[in-house]
Design a protein around this ligand. Structure first.
Ligand SMILES: Cc1ncc(C[n+]2csc(CCOP(=O)(O)OP(=O)(O)O)c2C)c(N)n1
Ligand SMILES: [Mg+2]
Length: 332
């Protein structure tokens, strides 16, 4: 792959850049492994990969603080890894094993972690948007200063429930950041074929919700915009919209042959805009790291990912008598 050159020298520490590199690479390698396991028949059902979109979630997690919440769609593996969930538990869930986050009974689209404040994983397009506002409502009620990151796609942004949610979130000044991950496609439909007003960051104007558009292939730009949005919410000014322009390299899900776009289009993005290559160039050009250092990180990440696959394969399938457990929440 042609290396992407760093265009400007940002005022950012070696440690921070290295962390972004590592976190994005973990998502990329994890997703590649998930794709392989799917091909081997070890993952069933749907599997939506996040490859290409890594800078969105890594940049926003860099703007989050302990106790902040996150909720997203079915394209959720990257969000889980970025908020610190265990790759072993995620991979085991993908393969339907007992060691998974939902004990192997949820799969790719249905994982949660109370500890990391990750509220799913939702297969119904847009369903997470009102739930995200509900999480923010609870925090506003408790006056605890927490913020909820509610992620959804460009396709979901055309749904009615999103606008009912915008109205209530603005009315009650809820501390929620609506993150529209605009990867330009909703399944096989390009944005210009489905969307009358393509500037999704302006969709809150009728409700008085400010919004901005962000380069989602640049983790530093995402982090900066995230900090601004978080500051707005924590100051009690209500919701904020971030339209993050990104791109998914793989099909909508593993079963998508992606005939609705050209190979050249995907290749161009990979070569010119790859978010990991961007940080790699910043590290190398800024003399923060050598090729050797980066190879060592790569090796370390591969080990974590291979171990997660190993853990998943060794974990048993759920026992039959687990079929009726975990259906209703237990009273606390
Ligand atoms: C209510 C509902 N309608 C339709 C679907 C089928 N469906 C699954 S994903 C998807 C496209 C969503 O695209 P977008 O919001 O852009 O998210 P992306 O997949 O690009 O991350 C559709 C129509 C669904 N799961 N739920
Ligand atoms: Mg989309």
């Amino acid at each position: 792959m042609a290396a992407r050159r760093a265009t400007k020298k940002p005022n950012i520490s070696k440690d921070e850049l290295t962390r972004y590199y590592r976190d994005m690479l973990l998502i990329r390698r994890f997703e590649e492994k998930a794709g392989q396991l799917y091909g081997m028949g070890l993952i069933g059902g749907f599997c939506h990969l996040y490859i290409g979109q890594e800078a969105v979630v890594v940049g926003l997690e860099a703007a989050a603080e302990e106790g902040d919440k996150r909720i997203t769609s079915y394209r959720d593996h990257g969000h889980m890894l970025a908020c610190g969930m265990d790759p072993n538990g995620v991979m085991a869930e993908l393969t339907g094993r007992e060691g998974g986050y939902s004990k192997g009974k949820g799969g790719s689209m249905h994982m949660f972690s109370k500890e990391k404040h990750f509220y799913g994983g939702h297969g119904i397009v847009g369903a997470q948007v009102p739930i995200g506002a509900g999480l923010a409502f609870a925090d506003r009620y408790k006056e605890n200063g927490r913020v909820t990151f509610t992620y959804f796609g460009d396709g979901a942004a055309n749904q009615g429930q999103v606008y009912e949610t915008f109205n209530m979130a603005a009315l009650w000044a809820l501390p929620v950041i609506f993150v529209i991950e605009n990867n330009q496609y909703a399944m096989g439909t390009a944005q210009q074929r489905s969307t009358s007003t393509p500037d999704l960051h302006t969709r809150g104007e009728a409700f008085g919700i400010p919004g901005e558009v962000v380069d989602g292939m640049d983790v530093l730009a995402v982090k900066e915009a995230g900090e601004k949005a978080v500051g707005h919410c924590r100051a009690g000014k209500g919701p904020y919209i971030l339209e993050v322009k990104t791109y998914r390299y793989r099909g909508h899900s593993m079963s998508d042959p992606a005939k609705y776009r050209t190979r050249e289009e995907v290749q161009k993005m990979r070569e010119e805009r790859d978010p990991i290559e961007h940080v790699r160039a910043l590290l190398l050009d800024g003399k923060h790291a050598s090729e050797e250092d980066l190879k060592a990180i790569d090796k370390e990440i591969k080990k974590v990912v291979n171990e997660s696959a190993e853990f998943a394969r060794e974990s048993p399938e759920p026992a039959l008598d687990e079929l009726w457990t975990d259906i209703y929440a237990e009273a606390e």
